[in-house]
Design a protein. Structure first.
Length: 263
C-alpha cells in the first residue's frame, strides 16, 4: 500500500465538543429521589439526588432578534414518534435525538454561548448554595383546610357539618358575588415551586449527579432546574441553626433519669 493510499484510509478526527462557559452557572436535571449521606466531619445529611447532564445548549435568544437574552438547555431524549415537528427540527439541526426537557435561562451576557455546546456538573462546586425549581406533586381536589391551612369551624353547639367548612366568603361586601382569587377549595399542586439557598453536599462527576441538602419540589423523575443563588447567604448562621437543631434532637432522644423512690 502506497503512502498516498495510507493517508486516504486514515480516519478523520472527530470535532471536539464545545463546552458552555463556566460563568453560566445553571443546569437542567431530573430528580432521582432522596437518601442520606455522611460528610467529611461525620454529620448526617438528608439529600436529594439530581441527575444533571450533560446538558445541551439547544438555542440562544438575543436582544436584537427576540427582545431578551436567554440560553436554552436541553436534557434527556425522547422517541422520534413522541416528538413534534419543532422538536424534530431542533434535533435535526444539532444532529442529535429529540430532547425531552427544555428550559430557558435569562442571562445578562451571552459571551461564548452557542448552540450545540454541552454543560456538565463541573460548573458547580461542593459547598455552594443554589436555587432549585420544580413542579410540585398534584394533590387533586382539596378542601380549604388542606389547601390553605384554614382552621375550620367549631365542633360544639351542634355544628357537626361545619368542622371543615371554609366559612364566610364575604358576599355582602363583594356586591353579591365571589371575587376572583378568593381562597376556596379547588385543585391543589402542579405549581412551579422554588426552593432558595440549598447547599450542595456532594457532586459525583462520573455519574453526572448533584446531591443537594433537604427536599426538592416535584415527583421522582420530574424535571428540575438548578441555578447558583444570587441571594445573600449567611453561612455562619445556617451552620449554627443546623448545629442547634442537631443538639436539640440529641437532647430529645436522651433518656430521662428515673424518678427517685418515695420514702
Amino acid at each position: 500500500m502506497t503512502e498516498e493510499n495510507k493517508e486516504n484510509t486514515t480516519p478523520e478526527a472527530k470535532p471536539e465538543v464545545q463546552v458552555l462557559p463556566v460563568a453560566h452557572k445553571f443546569l437542567v436535571g431530573k430528580k432521582l429521589g432522596m437518601t442520606q449521606i455522611f460528610d467529611a466531619a461525620g454529620n448526617l445529611h438528608a439529600v436529594t439526588v439530581v441527575q444533571t447532564g450533560p446538558c445541551r445548549v439547544v438555542y440562544t435568544r438575543t436582544k436584537e432578534k427576540d427582545g431578551y437574552q436567554a440560553i436554552c438547555l436541553g436534557f434527556g431524549d425522547k422517541k422520534e414518534s413522541s416528538a413534534n415537528a419543532a422538536e424534530k427540527g431542533l434535533a435535526k439541526k444539532l444532529a442529535i435525538k429529540p430532547i425531552k426537557y427544555l428550559k430557558e435561562f435569562r442571562v445578562t451576557d451571552l459571551a461564548g454561548a452557542a448552540a450545540g455546546q454541552t454543560a456538565s456538573v463541573e460548573r458547580f462546586a461542593e459547598g455552594q448554595y443554589v436555587d432549585v425549581q420544580g413542579i410540585s406533586k398534584g394533590k387533586g381536589f382539596a378542601g380549604g383546610m388542606k389547601r390553605h391551612g384554614f382552621a375550620g369551624g367549631g365542633a360544639s353547639h351542634g355544628a357537626s357539618d361545619r368542622e371543615r367548612a371554609p366559612g364566610s366568603l364575604g358576599s355582602r361586601r363583594s356586591l353579591g358575588r365571589v371575587l376572583p382569587g378568593q381562597r376556596m377549595a379547588g385543585h391543589m399542586g402542579v405549581d412551579t415551586v422554588s426552593v432558595m439557598k440549598v447547599k450542595i453536599i456532594k457532586i459525583i462527576p462520573e455519574e453526572n449527579m448533584i446531591l443537594v441538602n433537604n427536599g426538592v419540589p416535584g415527583a421522582t423523575g420530574s424535571m428540575v432546574r438548578i441555578m447558583l443563588t444570587n441571594k445573600k447567604v449567611n453561612v455562619a448562621r445556617a451552620e449554627n441553626l443546623k448545629a442547634k437543631s442537631k443538639k436539640d434532637a440529641i437532647k430529645g432522644t436522651a433518656k430521662k433519669p428515673a424518678p427517685a423512690a418515695k420514702k
